[in-house]
Design a protein around this ligand. Structure first.
Ligand SMILES: [Mg+2]
Length: 327
């Protein structure tokens, strides 16, 4: 996709929300009185409760995409019992690990071991004290909170590993991996793959005249305009200092050139504002295509795009030049 999210956008999309969400809990308990008591207590404590009276229903709830992360399962239930349910939940590859608290009237040590071995995180022997249940649910909530924090950190690391911190578009590693994939796919399907190499004109002069902060502002703004001027499934990456790559899948050379002219126009049409300055920016664009019929090497394709871009520089900048394997 072309519109790559920045960390900020990922955050605002809810990956890491500072608003405390209502905790949801599944109660699976066949005894109607116990179930009712549990429901009331949990609601008092601020949980959103889904209550079922047998193991089959519980399994259905857990299998749903938006299943609760906190599971309160009775051991003895008709259908699938709590221990078997634990086993089945652990076999599912849920994106978020559900925390399971097993309720049991049994207190034989062997039974408890069996429950924990089956994948329960904690257990409570009936009859239990309400405060103890509350404390154990909070402990489970802390584990789930830590897990969310780890997932968020992992997503952020993944983003940083493949994205350019300054501009938010794919970084060199990210865009090269995507190009390799797209090239292989084009060769497999016989579709032609378009590639655009972009270099900012006289970028050194921007840095020299206005300073590096201005240079950064220009790079960010140009990246922004590029991303918003391609199709959502096109890919934009920062290839080097002031160089960008755009990958256009299933696109003929004529279309690639047209897209390149459009990119020149959106960069040129308005100066980049930096403090009180208006910085005029243009780009030189090299356009090429990898015909699906040929097994073109990635480095060769990049080299051709680079040569096309240099043609654009030599021809006076702020323009598109193209080159193909054959030309
Ligand atoms: Mg029971």
């Amino acid at each position: 996709m072309g519109s790559v999210e920045t960390i900020g956008e990922i955050r605002s999309a809810g990956l890491s929300s500072s608003v405390p969400e209502r905790k949801r809990v599944l109660v699976a308990e066949d005894d109607p009185v116990s179930r009712r008591v549990l429901e009331l207590r949990l609601r008092q404590w601020g949980y959103e409760v889904i209550a079922v009276d047998n193991g089959f229903q519980a399994l259905e709830v857990v299998q749903a995409d938006d299943s609760p992360e906190l599971l309160l399962l009775d051991w003895m239930m008709p259908g699938i019992d709590g221990v078997e349910l634990c086993r089945r939940v652990r076999l599912m590859s849920k994106p978020v690990y559900p925390y399971i608290l097993l309720l049991t009237a049994r207190d034989a040590k062997q039974d408890l071991i069996a429950g924990l071995e089956a994948g329960a995180d904690d257990y409570l022997t009936k009859p239990f004290h309400a405060d103890e249940l509350h404390a154990r649910l909070r402990a489970g909530g802390r584990i789930l909170g830590l897990q969310k924090e780890l997932i968020r950190a992992r997503e952020e690391l993944r983003f940083h590993a493949t994205h350019d911190v300054l501009t938010g578009v794919w970084n060199r590693k990210g865009i090269m991996e995507l190009l390799a994939n797209e090239l292989a796919r084009a060769h497999r399907t016989g579709e032609s793959l378009g590639l655009i190499m972009i270099d900012l004109d006289h970028f050194k002069a921007v840095n020299d005249t206005y300073g590096h902060a201005a240079g950064d502002a220009v790079l960010k703004e140009v990246a922004h305009r590029l991303v918003h001027s391609v199709r959502t499934y096109d890919l934009v990456g920062r290839y080097g200092g002031e160089e960008f790559l755009v990958i256009l899948s299933n696109t003929s050379l004529d279309e690639v050139k047209g897209r390149g002219r459009r990119l020149c126009a959106v960069v040129e049409e308005a100066p980049v504002k930096f403090q009180s300055h208006e910085v005029k920016v243009t780009i030189s664009v090299g356009a090429t295509e990898a015909p699906g019929s040929q097994d073109l090497q990635l480095t060769r394709l990049l080299h051709i795009a680079d040569l096309a871009m240099y043609r654009a520089k030599e021809a006076g900048r702020n323009r598109v030049e193209s080159k193909t394997y054959a030309s």
